[in-house]
Design a protein. Sequence first.
Length: 365
Amino acid sequence: MDVERIATVEPSEWNATVFASEDTWIFHRWEWLSMTAKVWDLENHFFVVRKQDRIVAGIPLQIPRGTPPSQRVARASAMGHSGPFVLENVSEKKRRQYLDLLATAVRRFAAEHQIPTVQCSLPPIAKSQLCNDAGVNSLQLSGWEDTSTISVIIDLTLPYDDLWSGLSSSTRQAITKARSDGYTVEKTSWPEQVAAYYEIHQETYTRTGVRPHPKTYFQGIADGMAVNKLASLWVCMDSDGRAVGFLNTAHDDHAGENTGALYWTGCSRSEHLASGVNYLLMWNAIIGAQKEGYQSFDVGEIVLALDQNKANNLSIFKRKFGGELRRLYRGQMIVPLSSKYRVLDFSWRCGRKAKRVLSSTIRMD
């Protein structure tokens, strides 16, 4: 049994196996991989194992174009958690065989194409991960290096009062203050709010010292994910009805199971930060997911660090909503560059530098 690598896969065939696996989430879907490849200029590669002409296991890889060979990182999903998956109801023996085959094929591909780093992860609220209490990173069994981190998962089967009491006292106070100051939150239409969202997104990322994402990324979420009921947008309005913040959640209903929802993206006006609008947005998103029947809410990946940067500050914010700390299983492969590709890497850098110099010279003329 061999692994087939294809650059273009039939969307319905790929998604049929994604929907029939307990290892997957929306970041495995063809429409997500297709959209992000266009936005971020990525090459898509699909590794599949077939049995009787049906895909029974697979892993996607996205590789950025326009980067020097020594800096190329192939990821199972450039944005979001994605990794190897196997069709449900496959025996454990066959499952291990398929996962090993995929890992070997990916490693061989990376070596042949001199891709120094390959990364993947297992979606924390995929059904197989929500049931994984063993504390073992299954990726390691196939030769992936363990680079796991931590995510915060809230159990939405708990009563409302338990969820409220699970919040930190400062979070409850912030929510209460925002409400008393006249702020309200409601679900809104993604396609109708792309422009307003992006304006506040730019303000937020500039404030935190991070380069804003392209607008086409959020347009893709609106057009490709929200219209297929895979994303929901919440808006916070002040007492005058003006939008001052947004929170975007992802959710997956494949196979008729509401496995969970995820805090995806968010943004807010600087002048309203002290009013508690971000806390009010998150709380409404959590309770909204509970009302819609989701069983878990992934507040997102956190970092445990002492330095004051955006990732650490966001992690502190995420931990204030209760929930359980769970391992977010990640895997990585490191492939050394050959001497030939180190020369090519140097040539690539020299060529890019020459183009920049030539471009600036032309502008001066």
